[in-house]
Design a binder for this molecule. Structure first.
Ligand SMILES: [Zn+2]
Length: 335
């Protein structure tokens, strides 16, 4: 059975030293300090150590083949977004990363699909780069759950979503720049508590802000099974019902009405939770997603799904049909 991993991250092996080039800011660069490993540096500060599978496409293919996976949807690591930078500098950085992805897709058309990054801090430049990325063969774009703390319902982002719909570019919303991060440094809380909350923040903002209502053909996928949105849907719905004066101020359509409207990935690490997600939104809206190659990811690439005893049709939806639909890619590409 075809398996498409809809949520993975990749970097080019070499990154320019943008801090030096632009003369400001803590842009990320890579220090290849020992064979098979690199340090991601944020300015002069150590951010994270990554392994060769974060940049070597052939090594990745070998690794995921072991789990009978044929295709990875690749995008950058959210810390690369650089929405805080000057727009033209962020555009240059984005182009560098997007050209790397486009080149990867040309070299390995049956093993990779790609999502661009765009300078969300400048609507016009973001659309310009989105259009270019469509031309160079990328299937969509990955954006953050907030943009410099602004929520995704802000009017300034609407033309970008509108362009995604018009160009048929898929959108992956990925949590980052986590709320409350400064106050919860211990116990990896930004990743364990902040990330799921960020994704729910993004979904709620897009629903209540009327983005889905105004753009019915926009195709959006939310990472990590939509974070805490689906597990707290009862509360969100009840809030909408009991205090419409606070919640239904920009869109009076019930949040539950949008459950079939967007996709989420399967990264729940929990069969019971995945069963609940299937019940709520249907397997045709769930894409296999792992967060490869990072340790918090589902690095056995959907093994727990195979062991759940689900109907073949449900597994097929999760393993490839939903992703093809979300990305608008024909199955024939992989036959
Ligand atoms: Zn991720």
């Amino acid at each position: 059975m075809l398996k498409i991993d809809s949520h993975t991250h990749i970097l080019p092996k070499k990154l320019p030293n943008w801090s030096e080039k632009f003369g400001y800011g803590d842009f990320i660069y890579l220090q290849h300090h020992k064979k098979g490993y690199a340090k991601m540096m944020r300015g002069n500060q150590f951010f994270r150590e990554i392994k060769e599978n974060a940049w070597n496409p052939d090594l990745r293919i070998k690794e995921y083949e072991k789990f009978h996976t044929q295709v990875q949807v690749v995008c950058t690591i959210p810390v690369m977004f650089s929405y805080w930078a000057r727009p033209l500098d962020c555009l240059e950085l984005s182009k560098y990363l997007n050209d790397h992805l486009a080149d990867l897709l040309v070299k390995h058309p049956k093993h990779y699909l790609g999502l661009a990054t765009i300078p969300m801090q400048d609507t016009e430049l973001a659309i310009q780069e989105l259009e270019r990325c469509k031309q160079i063969g990328l299937q969509g774009v990955q954006i953050g759950s907030n943009v410099n703390d602004l929520n995704l319902n802000e009017e300034r982002f609407f033309p970008i979503f509108e362009a995604c719909e018009k160009l048929s570019m898929a959108v992956l919303v990925h949590p980052w720049n986590m709320m409350g991060e400064k106050n919860m440094q211990r116990y990896w809380l930004p990743w364990l508590v902040g990330m799921p909350a960020e994704t729910s923040r993004a979904i709620c903002s897009m629903i209540f802000g009327g983005v889905f209502e105004r753009l019915p053909k926009l195709r959006v996928n939310f990472a990590h099974a939509g974070g805490s949105f689906l597990p707290t849907l009862g509360r969100i719905q009840h809030g909408f019902d009991c205090r419409p004066d606070l919640v239904a101020i920009d869109n009076n359509v019930s949040p539950r009405n949008y459950l079939k409207h967007f996709w989420v990935d399967s990264a729940t690490h929990d069969p019971m939770m995945l069963e609940y997600v299937i019940k709520l939104i249907g397997s045709e809206k769930i894409t296999l997603g792992t967060d490869y190659p990072f340790p918090l990811g589902d690095l056995e690439i959907g093994k727990f799904i195979e062991e759940m005893g689900l109907e073949k049709n449900v597994v097929e939806n999760i393993f490839y049909r939903s992703a093809l639909e979300w990305l608008n890619v024909p199955l024939e590409r992989f036959s």
